[in-house]
Design a protein around this ligand. Structure first.
Ligand code: ATP
Ligand code: MG
Length: 199
């Protein structure tokens, strides 16, 4: 064996024992809270990817979309065929289109009621609260209500929260926080959002 191969083999063995140690230490099993935040693209995409993953094993999944009600969404179209997926959508669309705080608040509360129902259902393995961070920012929902529902949820249930500027209480509660960092976005060079890619 060449020196290079020996060194590579030793490095791999060291890496393997390091990974094995860490796997051995991860013994707790329960549902988790994941937050996908930051300004870069990919938060909602990652949430739908996880939805697909859970549905792939036959688990029941609930997705609650705050804000984007009137938007097309390819994953929703495709996965809606699965009877194990439930989707609730806040129907008013973007707030700067409706410009009606009262109506927005009501729409938010109505869809939040769906979220609360899902968060109380032990049969639901994964719940996605897509873009809920803005509801907290705009004051349509209060953080104490959301914190309470998350804290009381069934132990086996995983929740994914997406959206920019996640409330610090959500970050503090989360088991996993991923911040999507924008390095560049096509939109800023004048490229239009693309069907089947961006939505
Ligand atoms: P995606 O839905 O593609 O995973 P996202 O959830 O991370 O993106 P949002 O802030 O929810 O991002 O933005 C929703 C829409 O805006 C999507 O069509 C997305 O492609 C686009 N978008 C995401 N990031 C940016 C950005 N930095 N600049 C401009 N448009 C963006
Ligand atoms: Mg998003």
């Amino acid at each position: 064996m060449s020196d290079r191969e020996t060194r590579h083999r030793q490095a791999m063995q060291k890496l393997k024992s390091h990974v094995d140690d860490r796997v051995a230490r991860a013994t707790e099993q329960r549902g988790q809270l994941l937050v996908f935040t930051g300004n870069g693209k990919g938060k909602t995409t990652a949430a739908w990817g996880t939805v697909t993953r859970a549905l792939g094993y036959g688990y029941r999944v609930g997705v609650v979309q705050f804000i984007k009600g009137v938007w097309e969404c390819g994953e929703r179209e495709r996965l809606a065929e699965d009877p194990r997926l439930e989707v609730a959508i806040m129907a008013t669309g973007f707030t700067w289109e409706t410009q009606n705080r009262e109506a927005d608040t009501q729409a938010c509360r109505a869809v939040w009621a769906e979220a609360e129902r899902l968060l109380a259902d032990p049969g639901v393995y994964l719940v996605v609260l897509d873009e809920i961070t803005y509801m907290l920012k705009f004051g349509y929902l209060d953080i104490a209500t959301v914190r309470h529902a998350l804290a009381q949820r069934p132990a086996e249930q995983t929740v994914i929260v997406t959206g920019r500027n996640a409330h610090r209480d959500l970050l503090a509660m989360a088991d996993t926080v991923t911040e999507m960092q924008e390095v560049r976005h096509a939109f800023n060079s004048g490229l239009q959002a693309r069907r089947g890619i961006d939505y």
